[in-house]
Design a protein around this ligand. Structure first.
Ligand code: SDX
Length: 430
């Protein structure tokens, strides 16, 4: 017997169906409230609103749980690879060996971009932020694949679009980096895996061939798995919003990249390092910054801390912190800002302000320290996040467009503007 919620307003009682998820999560379905009662619901940052029913990822914010298609993130980081997790998220199951071989072969096969696009990169100034370049290039890529812009794609066309983007966005990101350092573009090598090829495209130069390092490859593979999906976060919801108008996947992903750029979202990994460097330059005086974060009159926030959903430690931060130590020890690096990060974390986790508000380190708090150790420049950190999140964005777009009940997303509002105004000729205006 399905549960019913009852809403009483204007001496009327409205019965609203309760929807229960497979993990016990519950929602009140208000999709008929407006037609029944004339009332909409108001939830300005959607903090209390489920925008869809999805089977891709599940977060339990109180328990600090993250699962992709029912599999715990820690198990996937230990046993799987980013390519395999991409298949899992997009196609809903772990691939068998034949499916996986075919998938990897298709992704590798589409590793080239039209040579004309190289001139786009050189038109940007060297200081251009790679997120600006990446979002523009992903949308521009669509002009070379007009056959994939059909709003009602067949499953085969969708698969073609998906594998092309999964492969080429990595190339566009690497080319954006090469543009920023003024080096020649480097193409993938058939014998390298997805992650090693990305590192090769970043760090091979005409003078020196990048030599894959298994410890670094595994750490980056885990970082990409960790970033791969996270329910209806700001950028994934943006991809769904744009895709709901039947805009193509190129346009939807470009919009998701732009949403991710914000420092409250994926841009936080760059902001964390800039914050830690500022604290280091300020004599490692991290207590001063804890006080600033607590001061209501100070706009400063402890970047990499807090989360809309997690009211417990972000399970991804736990894993990344462990890889931080591994990678820095492996590379023989002692990075003073890692020490500051750990001091900051300890101070915050014992401070009532952060404890009362259940503010813990999130996925962005330690990730930049690993990227820094890998010699990836700070401005590329959010691009790394975007590459990791790519399969999640794609999976959500696919889940939505394959839903026969898909409708364009169009929220309502409460109007609080002027009423009953008339036009005034300019000579009668104050
Ligand atoms: C990501 O949604 C996702 O899943 C995102 C993500 C993903 O994988 O897609 O997990 C990736 O975006 C992680 C978050 C990265 N952003 C940051 O690290 C930026 C710093 N964090 C904050 O800006 C904030 O915590 C947010 C944006 C993450 C969450 O914001 P909310 O949910 O709107 O929380 P809030 O701003 O209403 O804060 C509640 C209280 C406030 O204090 P009071 O008004 O109750 O007194 O906590 C305080 C806030 O001032 N607070 C902080 C804080 N975060 C919240 N105070 C100091 N430092 C912080 N970082």
């Amino acid at each position: 017997m399905n549960k019913i919620a009852r809403l009483e307003v204007d001496n009327q009682t409205y019965e609203l169906p309760v929807v229960e998820g497979t993990e016990g999560d519950k929602a009140i379905d208000v999709s008929r409230l407006l037609s029944q009662s004339g009332y909409t619901t108001l939830d300005s940052s959607y903090a209390n609103t489920a925008s869809c029913i999805s089977s891709i990822a599940y977060i339990d914010g109180d328990k600090g749980i993250l699962r992709y298609r029912g599999i715990d993130i820690a198990e996937l980081c230990e046993k799987s690879t980013f390519m395999e997790v991409s298949y899992l998220l997009i196609y809903g199951k772990l691939p068998n060996s034949a499916e996986f071989a075919r998938f990897k072969e298709r992704v590798h096969h589409h590793s080239l971009i039209h040579e004309d696009m190289k001139s786009f990169f050189t038109s940007y100034p060297g200081h251009a932020h790679p997120m600006a370049i990446l979002s523009a290039m992903v949308c521009s890529l669509s002009v070379y694949h007009p056959e994939l812009l059909e709003p009602n794609q067949s499953p085969a066309q969708r698969d073609q679009t998906i594998t092309r983007l999964l492969s080429k966005v990595r190339v566009l990101a690497a080319f954006a980096y090469k543009r920023s350092v003024g080096e020649a573009f480097v193409y993938t090598r058939p014998e390298l895996d997805y992650i090693s090829n990305f590192m090769h495209m970043l760090f091979t130069t005409p003078m020196k061939q990048y030599v894959p390092d298994e410890k670094i490859r595994k750490a980056l593979d885990v970082l990409f798995i960790i970033h791969a999906d996270h329910e209806q976060n700001c950028s994934t919801s943006t991809v769904r919003m744009v895709g709901s108008s039947k805009a193509n996947l190129f346009a939807s992903l470009a919009a998701g990249i732009c949403a991710l750029w914000g420092p409250l979202h994926g841009g936080a990994n760059q902001a964390v390092i800039e914050m830690l460097e500022e604290i280091h330059a300020d004599g490692d005086n991290y207590k001063k910054y804890i006080d600033k974060a607590k001061d209501k009159n100070d706009p400063f926030k402890l970047m990499g801390f807090g989360h809309r959903v997690y009211r417990n430690y972000d399970p991804r931060a736990t894993i990344i912190k462990r890889y931080c130590d591994d990678v820095l020890n492996h590379l023989g690096i002692h990075d003073p800002i890692l020490d500051i990060a750990k001091e900051l974390e300890h101070a915050a986790l014992t401070d009532p302000y952060f404890i009362e508000r259940k503010l813990y380190p999130n996925v962005d708090f330690y990730s930049g320290i690993i990227y820094r150790a890998m010699k990836i420049p700070t401005k590329m950190f959010t691009v790394m996040f975007a590459l990791g999140r790519l399969p999640g964005w794609i999976a959500h777009w696919k889940e939505m467009v394959e839903d026969p009940g898909m409708r364009i997303a169009r929220p309502r509002q409460v109007y609080n503007g002027e009423v009953g105004q008339a036009y005034k000729p300019i000579d009668q205006r104050l």
